[in-house]
Design a protein. Structure first.
Length: 100
């Protein structure tokens, strides 16, 4: 598997429709906020890439909002700085979204 070969170091999955207890991507992000921030912006080399797949209506917007909040909280950045950091991740190919 990719994890066994160290292609990926961390994988979180969330299914909101396939089980009785709904699990949402944005909730997983917030729960792991410090780790997410450190992987994306910390001293690790290489820095992480965030892949998000799913619904374009609510999920993509809510995930983006959660990432924005994580950057503000754990990085002590302003809203504008967080928005620019997200844009830089996207332009650098490190925040990839497969949404429909």
């Amino acid at each position: 598997s990719f994890k066994e070969k160290s292609v990926i170091s961390h994988l979180e999955i969330a299914f909101s429709r396939d089980q009785a207890r709904k699990v949402y991507v944005q909730d997983k992000l917030k729960k792991n906020g410090k780790v997410i921030y450190d992987l994306l912006f910390g001293e690790c080399d290489p820095q992480a890439t965030l892949y998000v797949c799913g619904d374009a209506k609510a999920m993509a917007r809510d995930v983006n909002k959660a990432l924005h909040e994580i950057i503000q909280y754990y990085g002590s950045h302003s809203s504008g700085e967080a928005e620019l950091m997200i844009k830089n991740l996207q332009q650098g190919g490190r925040y990839l979204r497969d949404i429909w």
